[in-house]
Design a protein around this ligand. Structure first.
Ligand code: ZN
Length: 273
């Protein structure tokens, strides 16, 4: 085990790495759906096209220093950039504290970054790019090949069937009821990939939350009249948020706080009237 004295340094590193990844995710979210190169041209202002100097590209801090405005053209910079950086930084720090310095931590943080990027792309474009599905699939193959997860490959396989299969069934039912495509095929593919990391039990938990989040989001969007004429509401963000919540509520040994709470408190009848 690593010396306890090293933990504060690791946490600072985790935060910095998370912020930097968030900065990179901003580039992916902006460029991937538009088929632009992710590595090539340096970051530019989306309004005036001027190159952004490195000191104006420091995650979160530059946004605060610039008061949210481009140095050249003074147009506002979207709050989304520092927000995504902040979310990635905090996610990395929290997952390090939950999973400890382990391979499982690395797997879970990679999946989390993927889910954060998917959320914002799905909100903007109503698509889950195949690149993410392939990325998740490769991470899944590596994780199970080297046994980096607390579940077996068989549990992963059934988790995959559970998550993807349930989404497929719900989507088919939705299509039947509403007479139009209710869930995209991208959502089902994402479910197949995510289930392989979670196993059956956690997949069911994530599914449960994804439907709650999806319902809440639909109601908010309908009230705010943010739903377009096609009545499309992206389900990817709900799947992502539900899976992140499931990942964040893990207990040592592969269990889950919410499932434990359910079986110890709810099941004992304490909350039944
Ligand atoms: Zn500008």
């Amino acid at each position: 085990m690593l010396a306890k004295e090293l933990y504060p340094f690791m946490q600072v590193y985790a935060l910095i790495i998370g912020l930097a990844v968030g900065s990179f995710l901003n580039v992916i979210i902006y460029r991937l759906p538009n088929n632009k190169s992710i590595v090539k041209p340096r970051s530019k202002c989306t309004k005036c096209d001027s190159q952004i100097a490195w000191y104006d590209n420091v995650p979160v801090l530059s946004y605060i220093a610039l008061l949210g405005k481009c140095r050249k053209c003074k147009n506002p910079i979207s709050i989304r950039y520092p927000l995504i950086e902040f979310i990635c930084g905090m996610m990395t720090l929290m997952l390090l504290n939950i999973y400890g310095p382990s391979f499982e931590f690395i797997v879970m943080i990679l999946i989390s970054y993927m889910l954060i990027a998917i959320t914002f792309i799905d909100v903007d474009y109503f698509i889950i790019p195949n690149e993410f599905i392939i990325f998740g699939f490769i991470i899944s193959i590596i994780s199970h090949s080297f046994k980096l997860l607390p579940i077996t490959v068989v549990q992963g396989f059934f988790g995959s069937l559970t998550y993807g299969g349930m989404l497929f069934i719900m989507g088919a039912m939705g299509t039947f009821i509403f007479k139009k495509e209710a869930l995209g095929f991208g959502d089902i593919k994402l479910g197949l990939v995510l289930g392989s990391f979670l196993g059956i039990e956690l997949s069911l938990l994530a599914l449960f939350f994804s439907f709650i989040f999806g319902g809440i989001m639909s109601i908010i969007l309908l009230i705010a009249k943010e739903v377009g004429d096609d009545h499309m509401i992206p389900f990817g963000p709900s799947i992502a948020a539900a899976t992140l919540l499931t990942i964040l509520t893990k207990t040592i040994g592969g269990g889950n706080h919410i499932i434990n709470w359910y079986f110890t408190t709810m099941w004992n009848g304490e909350y039944f009237f």
